[in-house]
Design a protein around this ligand. Structure first.
Ligand SMILES: [Zn+2]
Length: 60
């Protein structure tokens, strides 16, 4: 399950939310409860691509 990053436009606080898909509705800000949030580009994809060192053989 991917983690989506959001930025609250009301208080400017970034937060993360586990969601099944990007089609899910944006969650309210956990800090102020505002629904004025926007989705940030997730960085986990870039990290996964960057780490190419293999620990154990075989993929899973
Ligand atoms: Zn907020």
């Amino acid at each position: 399950m991917p983690i989506f990053e959001y930025l609250c436009l009301a208080c400017g606080k970034p937060f993360e939310k586990l969601q099944k898909s990007a089609a899910e509705d944006a969650p309210p800000c956990p800090a102020c409860g505002s629904t004025e949030v926007k989705r940030e580009f997730s960085s986990f994809a870039a990290k996964a691509a960057a780490s190419s060192h293999s620990g154990c053989s075989g993929g899973g």
